[in-house]
Design a protein around this ligand. Structure first.
Ligand code: NAP
Length: 288
């Protein structure tokens, strides 16, 4: 069992850290808002630290799942960041969805500190984190992947080593391109089914056994039809992710017209007050 630090106990990080504690690792957790750390240690085996550096100082592996690029920089290289406190040869695994370039830069800075770095964004949402069924896309060196992989099994159903630093984040971008198109398609489909007077539960029960099947169809159409949008992955985070995708595509000279349009639609949802609602709230543009 390893000494582990976990930075960021949000919707995703809290349950992921809980799975590590349950697996028997020695846990030290850090969260910016202290109340979440206090609540976490009251429920799980482990102690809390007041800064990323204090959490990370004796860890073999430091995991993070915070917000965006700037936030990962804060908890790694910022004042009281983990990098300067970590012991030589220890490993930092970042589960946050950030830019591929930021991930590559952090891997370089980590090496300068004598530590190792993997970008390891996740897919599977709040339910995936809670049930320990996440998909993890990893970028970095094989030797580091081999070290982190058995530990991450505590909350994963599939872990892929996608290539060198940044490849995990690029794979996550592919995932978000797929999700943007699928969720917009389902928003239109649910809207159409309801306007046509069909029983949408029956419609998607039948369709989910055919070629239109998707995780989003099976898990979100019923709640979209009911106007319930409290299922974890926030519109603000999706806009952050689509921004990363569109920046990367621009750099590559690739056009992604549907992704760009859906990003714009999500900005409409933000204006409707849906910033923290989950991504299926795209349907609110049709059904207010
Ligand atoms: P969340 O619930 O908002 O949690 C974010 C956590 O990061 C909070 O604990 C927050 O601390 C901490 N944090 C943010 N900025 C920080 C900073 N500058 N310094 C220190 N701590 C900071 O978000 P989430 O839904 O867990 O998502 C986390 C990451 O996973 C994001 O990159 C997201 O895109 C990605 N992701 C999320 C999902 C999902 O379904 N939710 C799925 C896949 C990937 P406070 O408590 O102080 O705010």
């Amino acid at each position: 069992m390893a000494q582990i630090a976990f930075l960021g106990l949000g919707i995703m990080g809290g349950p992921m850290a809980a799975h590590l504690a349950k697996a028997g690792h020695t846990m030290t957790v850090y969260n910016r808002t202290l109340a979440k750390s206090t609540a976490w240690v009251a429920k799980h085996a482990g102690k809390m630290a007041k800064t990323p550096a204090l959490a990370a100082q004796s860890a073999d592996i430091v995991f993070a799942c915070v917000g965006a690029d700037r936030d990962v920089e804060d908890v790694t290289t910022g004042p009281d960041g983990a990098f300067s406190a970590m012991t030589t040869g220890s490993l930092f695994v970042d589960h946050t969805t950030i830019g591929a370039d930021t991930a590559r830069q952090l891997a370089i800075v980590a090496r300068q500190h004598g530590i190792r770095f993997l970008d390891a964004p996740v897919s599977g949402g709040q339910a995936g984190a809670e049930n320990g069924q996440l998909t993890i896309m990893v970028g970095g060196d094989t030797v580091d992947f081999d070290r982190a992989e058995p530990v991450m099994q505590a909350y994963a159903k599939r872990i892929g080593h996608m290539g060198p630093s940044g490849a995990g984040q690029l794979t996550k971008m592919v995932n978000q391109i797929c999700i943007a198109g699928v969720v917009q398609g389902l928003a239109e489909a649910v809207h159409f089914a309801l306007e046509a007077g069909l029983d949408s539960t029956q419609v998607f029960d039948v369709l989910s056994k055919g070629a239109a099947q998707s995780w989003q169809m099976e898990n979100r159409t019923a709640t979209m039809a009911d106007g319930k949008f409290d299922f974890g992955f926030a519109v603000d985070w999706m806009r952050k992710d689509l921004g990363l995708v569109l920046d990367e595509a621009r750099r590559m000279g690739v056009t992604l017209p549907v992704t760009a349009l859906v990003d714009h639609f999500y900005s409409d949802v933000q204006k409707l007050g849906g910033k923290r609602q989950d991504t299926s709230s795209l349907i609110r543009r049709f059904r207010r």
